[in-house]
Design a binder for this molecule. Structure first.
Ligand SMILES: NC(=O)CCC(=O)C(=O)O
Length: 266
């Protein structure tokens, strides 16, 4: 199973429309891959809070249009990263779009953990409430977005729902790059799953992006890692390796769920 992660640059000198066209063309170049992944909020920029409301799109908006066509032209499964979704009946959401190779919108995922504490995304967007997996012929994707990476219980839920490849689009800042790499490997090891973590390059809203998109196998080996600049990583995954790892080192079977709260035992 061939996966391509497009670590696109998000910079203020490029318009959103120009970036959409460029992203679509980069996706088309990945013909021959099974799965292509773009990062979080690449049209507007994950930290461009002041543009969230004006650039919000409906689920059939311009990013949908461009990515649906690109997926169909390339004949790939496309995790098109996320958009600022305008729900006509509710708040904005940070919503990922996954297309099948015929360009159909197969699944959407609204980011569950919003970043910013008491500002930015955390106050401007609604929180997703639903775990999302996507069945591909070779693997089951478990979806998460950026800050979600810090919440291991989300990934356990995805694994319990059958995920074998955890896909994490992000707009992660350079100043916490070590966290990004460490957490991506931790999620792979503890869940005995592939991790495809795709970040952005460039600097927007004054926040330098980490880049360093990373692909980790179910044993925690780093298969590929990008540099800080725009780059596409292409990696061959072996779906059987998930089953092998889980059988040969069956730690997931040793979980102890439902233990009582701490008592007063000495
Ligand atoms: N866009 C994000 O979710 C940023 C997350 C982040 O910067 C962090 O967890 O650190």
């Amino acid at each position: 199973m061939r996966a391509s992660l497009i670590q696109i640059g998000v910079n203020p000198d490029e318009s959103i429309e120009a970036r959409r066209l460029r992203a679509a063309s980069l996706v088309r170049e990945q013909r021959g891959a099974d799965l292509v992944v773009l990062p979080e909020l690449w049209p507007v920029g994950a930290f461009a809070y002041e543009s969230f409301a004006t650039e919000a799109e409906s689920l059939d908006g311009p990013t949908y249009e461009a990515m649906s066509k690109a997926a169909a032209d390339a004949g790939v499964w496309l995790h098109a990263g996320s958009i600022v979704e305008r729900d006509p009946d509710g708040p904005l959401y940070n919503t990922s779009l996954v297309f099948s190779p015929d360009g159909e919108l197969a699944r959407t995922y609204r980011k569950i953990h919003r970043f910013g504490f008491d500002q930015g995304e955390a106050v401007m967007m609604g929180a997703g409430e639903e775990l999302v997996t996507v069945r591909l012929p070779e693997a089951t994707l478990g979806l998460a977005t950026c800050y979600d990476l810090r919440f291991p219980e989300l990934f356990r839920g995805l694994v319990d729902a059958g995920a074998t490849v955890l896909v994490i689009p992000a707009g992660w800042p350079a100043r916490r790059r070590e966290h990004w790499t460490l957490l991506a490997r931790a999620r792979a090891v503890e869940n005995q799953s592939y991790v495809l973590a795709c970040g952005t390059a460039g600097t927007h809203a004054g926040v330098e992006q980490a880049g360093h998109s990373i692909v980790v196998d179910p044993w925690g080996e780093v298969l590929a890692v990008a540099g800080p600049a725009e780059e596409t990583l292409t990696v061959d995954l072996d779906p059987a390796k998930v089953t092998e790892t889980r059988e040969q080192f069956p730690a997931l079977k040793d979980r102890r769920l439902g233990l009582p709260a701490p008592g007063n035992r000495r």
